[in-house]
Write a protein that binds this ligand. Sequence first.
Ligand code: ARG
Length: 557
Amino acid sequence: MDIQIAKSIAVALNNELTVSDIQNLLEKPRNSDLGDVAFPCFTLAKKLRISPHTIAVDIQNKLNCDFIQEVQVVGGYVNIFYHQPTITHQVLSQIVKEKNLYGTHQASKGNVVLDFSSPNIAKPFSMGHLRSTVIGNALANIAEKNGYQAIRINHLGDWGTQFGKLIVAYRKWGDQKTIEAAPIEELLKIYVKFHEEAEQDETLNEQARTAFKALEDGDEEALALWQWFRDASLEEFKTIYQLLGINFDSFAGEAFYNDKMAAVVQELEEKELLVQSEGANVVEIANMPPCLITKTDGATLYATRDLAAAFYRKQQYDPKKIFYVVGHEQSLHFTQLFNVIEKMGYDWAKDLQHVPFGMILKEGKKMSTRKGKIVLLADVLTEAIATAKRNIEEKNPNLVDKENVAHQVGVGAVIFNDLKTDRLHDIEFSIEHMMHFEGETGPYIQYTYARISSLLERANEHSDEVSLETLGEEAWPVVLLLEQFPKVIDNAFEQTDPSQIAKYALQLARLFNKYYAHNKVLVDDSQRTSRLAFCYCVAIVLKESLTLLGIAAPKNM
Ligand code: ARG
């Protein structure tokens, strides 16, 4: 709609401003007495040296199109009131026609790579990894909606000196059976033991270095152990991804780049970017610590593997963008990485973007450890699902498919709780709060969707015809919001911010429920069909919003 208004204003102004300039200036008035959209004339007044009011009156006289009901001038503002039947008809017809493709960019815009989740082998899947997983997946969905092909990569932490320690620890204290029963828990135990023992016995660290060297040199026994640790951990991670309903295109982790780093290091040498500093080879970067590339013994580091990964992805996928969804504590690492690539002379360094996020808090405190005990994500999800199950037993004991719905609601609550806040902010984690059917929760939106679904089912009528009429005072803000959906999708992608969709869905659910409280949809009168089409459209957009966030929308709950 904005664009149509902007075009009409551009014509009225004899193209004194471009359509997109006008679009950027358009404002949503604070209250509906001031119209549905307003155009401030102050910028133009300065340029033309005419009073804003004169310009506003001029626009008022010339504005003329069938979707405008009325134009008022207040000071330097042109306040525009839409012709509600026309807009309602236009918006609802489009949604009914396009269904879940409403707001989808059909043009194929190329690939985007999303590096997200990326937990570390033999370490618990932390709450930080949960955030990365949920935000990264939503961004991938949003990218697809925007016309990109999303490539979801899990950059597993499966290489590094810690594997030398793990191998030594296993040989000393490991037991195959116990580890097979609970791999990550047991591997963590022997890893922690290694550090405790290493404080007394200095030779342990030396042994670990030797073991890692053997691993890097391809020693078969060491490699077999590493492979086992990796497979067993990944299997555990995959149960979490399955619970969350998230898939990856690639699990190429750090180890995948072992044979791809030499070429990058050589290129850095040829370009004379490598310098020796405090026993390491580094690339110096203005105004920040240097980026460590290799140690003196030739061993590579986290940054070296990320460097090789960036080149590999560039060559393999030719992406328009690479997003790294990783906590903000790694900001320096990514700034260094992008700087090194730029220094090497590659202009695509500008297409790499770190997408940071805040922490998860419980009662205001960091959640990763609880009295030294790790909070296991799988346990958290299981608890959320059990709570959802109890709520269903209480509210709707006859529901068919209870297990499945409890799963969708429990997991949906955890995901929504994460995505409803600006990603840079820390988020509170309270299973009790996130499960409420009322309030800013996933279940609230799912419940609204289910209510509409059962309403449509009861109506037992379905028409794709939307007649030209107003649906009443409470419906109008909902129509305006539906009209905004495509714009919200664009913004969420451009600002890499899934919370815009979560907030949108909350508002849509709230405004719809307000409408529903005041209007009898199923009453048999001339507007029944239109009201049903309206409800159908709200259901489509609510469901699509949830889908983009990675949340299921059960029809009954
Ligand atoms: N495994 C790392 C960690 O847990 C995250 C990796 C993020 N991705 C990357 N390309 N560096 O901290």
